[in-house]
Design a protein around this ligand. Sequence first.
Ligand code: NAP
Length: 312
Amino acid sequence: MDSRRTFLKMVGLKMVGLKTAGALLGALVMPAESRWQGLLERSIPKTGEALPAVGLGTWQVFDVAGDAKELAQAKETLRVFADGGGRMVDSSPMYGSSEQVTGQLAADLGIRPKLFVATKVWTSGRQAGIRQMEDSIRKLRVDRLDLMQVHNLVDAQTHLATLRDWKAAGRIRYLGITHYHAGAHGDLEQLVKKGDIDFLQVNYSLAEPEAERRLFGAAAEAGTAVIVNRPFAEGAMFRRVRAKPLPEWAKEAGAASWAQLFLKWILAQPAVTCAIPGTRNPRHVADNLGALSGPLPDAALRRRMAEHFNSL
Ligand SMILES: NC(=O)c1ccc[n+]([C@@H]2O[C@H](COP(=O)([O-])OP(=O)(O)OC[C@H]3O[C@@H](n4cnc5c(N)ncnc54)[C@H](OP(=O)(O)O)[C@@H]3O)[C@@H](O)[C@H]2O)c1
């Protein structure tokens, strides 16, 4: 059995146990290119660079510097993520020790070159922003960041001016803006329409679908990549479907779990470049990467998913 099928089988069977998952993934010996063939990628509009469409969020879950057991969980999660073809990891100076932990674990695992590392600037004032971003580069142990985003639009004009300079100087590869709440979508849209925003990060899910009303259209028109945060509404969506069986028709979208159904609904939106579910659970990260395989729902199936979710 080829390694991708092995991985998919693991995801489909929802195998339990860190060791089992780790052993299976560790046994994958094929070259990365063939191992990850067929996994869903999206192009970054401004450059055409390809990115796997499921990444990893680190809010809360990677803020574990002081706890050896939780640090080991984070390490295994990051290992399974990279082994399964994942690349984008999203952090912020707002997330406690998450930048430091991500940098340390990526170095320990020797996977730094595989990752697409995104973080944020979250302070006011030009000099404070520069100091914070330099700190992030140090903690994440990178020479240059793949993506630096203005967190929650805090002092956005000031930081975007710095980020344009940093991008020209090669200190970051891409610049972006983020928010987590529909109340800010109008402000995000205005900035995106200026045309030089590489990445927009925003909340979007079956529970919070507002971004598709106008924002995604503006992003597509401006050639702005879209990162989806809160794809499970911070986990609330799992509480809503708890103990409820996955509908039979989920198979039509290749979804073997609720997480895959939720992610496939998001990924079927063509404006979306990458969704970044947060987890420190290796089984969950493997489950989430499972959404990169198989079909995506068509418009009718997407509507059915929404109707069903809203009826629960
Ligand atoms: N929340 C925000 O306001 C916000 C704002 C800006 C940016 N972000 C970025 O977006 C990322 C994602 O958002 P988020 O972490 O807030 O929320 P989320 O990804 O919508 O949900 C995270 C929750 O889902 C659970 N989960 C993940 N995969 C699962 C699976 N396959 N099966 C069952 N449960 C699963 C996690 O629990 P386990 O840990 O048990 O897996 C966690 O409780 C953040 O980590 C951060 O990088 C978030």
